[in-house]
Design a protein around this ligand. Sequence first.
Ligand SMILES: Cc1cc2nc3c(=O)[nH]c(=O)nc-3n(C[C@H](O)[C@H](O)[C@H](O)COP(=O)(O)OP(=O)(O)OC[C@H]3O[C@@H](n4cnc5c(N)ncnc54)[C@H](O)[C@@H]3O)c2cc1C
Length: 449
Amino acid sequence: MNKKIIVIGGVAAGMSAASKAKRLDKNLDITVYEMTDVISWGACGLPYYVGNFFEDKNTMIARTYEEFKKENIKVKTKHKVERVDFEKKKVFIKNLENNSLFEDDYDELVITTGASAINPPNIKNINAENVFNLKSFEDGLKLKKELLKKENKHITVIGAGYIGLEFVEAAINLGKSVTILQHSERILKKTFDVEITEIMEKYLENHNNISLHLNESADEIKISENKVIGIKTNKKEYKTDMVVIATGIKPNTEFLKNTKIEMLKNGAIVIDRYGKTNIPNVYSAGDCATVYHAVLDKNVFIPLATTANKLGRLIGENINNSNKKFIGTLGSAALKILELEAGRTGITENEAIKNNINYKTVFIEDVNQTAYYPGQEALYIKLIYEKDSKVILGAQMIGKKGAVLRIDALAVAILNKMTVNDLGNMDFCYAPPFSTTWDIMNVAGNVAK
Ligand SMILES: Cc1cc2nc3c(=O)[nH]c(=O)nc-3n(C[C@H](O)[C@H](O)[C@H](O)COP(=O)(O)OP(=O)(O)OC[C@H]3O[C@@H](n4cnc5c(N)ncnc54)[C@H](O)[C@@H]3O)c2cc1C
């Protein structure tokens, strides 16, 4: 009998695992259960789809159902796994089309169920019409339909994390005006340090159609005939036509609650560097799982597509006895808001404090390129490094040009435990349209003492 693999959840991590496993061994019997009717798509495209940067929703789909069928991977959409019996190696499934229930058994199980949006329960009328999330494919379709309506002129975004801020660009692109409510004192608090977020906040505050409200939280969505007409906060009341909630996500692991699988408090399944859980023959990856952090040398919850794809692929290899170990995440991530781009990798200063690391930082302003070639812009960099060894632990950059892709170079430096001294003399490329003879990264390395 061929080895039987069941994958629960058919997007980035799940389909990467299924495809890689099958490519390595054509004889594997692989079934993917996915509760929606879309597979192998990229949520990262959603803000740009919603903002009408492109029209065809199918371009967000990486590989189609037919392509997987050709590879002999059985994909069962609209099938929800409701329970798993790890001892008997069985999963219990509901066919959502006809509500029938059945069971299936596995030799190896891959749990890649992702995460769902969390909506703050204390906001009154949160279930009203014209209140949206931006997480699932269906969320994107519904939100875009409303956003394209001319009568919806003003949008309120609750939560200024990556998704909320990317949505701001989408709304502005469609000529809307936007109010952002952030309950804490600054935006992107978990992922960027204050030197970077201050620059982004200033940029948002100076935009004619954006109104940023820090230290302000929504109490009630005002409605008329169940439709949004305004929003009441702890400080004021505003008129608004639509509300988008982007206040965080939670791993989809409720269905495993009464099992012995190890999870963090937030429900993320704990995995090792091979993608294995504490249950024999059970793997997990992506937004429903933890990931090993290369700087902190411990498991963290950093839900990103980059990680989901890499760990999914690694599980596909390890199902085939490759014994591959994940090199670790650095939480490298990027964000664009209108003209401004920001990137980060490694740990922030806040994380250094929380983890009792003896650190120093350097923050400098420079430029992206020479003055005489058109297009010079200000560029900012922050480095976090170990005080004694000078090993670089984290980096963040922001500017209108050239911030994000430089962060990739710093990710390589961090993973390889390079020091600020190394960075000072690193042979980065130079030509007038791209940089200066001493690139901002060299300068930061040399300024760091
Ligand atoms: C708007 C937006 C923008 C983003 N931008 C970026 C970006 O620029 N860069 C980046 O790195 N990341 C980005 N991300 C994050 C990225 O999309 C996720 O990290 C990635 O989708 C995680 O993949 P996954 O396979 O773990 O989970 P998911 O994509 O969530 O897929 C899990 C699947 O499992 C299914 N499922 C859940 N429970 C069950 C069950 N019981 N039975 C059957 N099926 C089930 C779900 O229906 C879902 O389809 C963005 C996310 C959003 C929402």
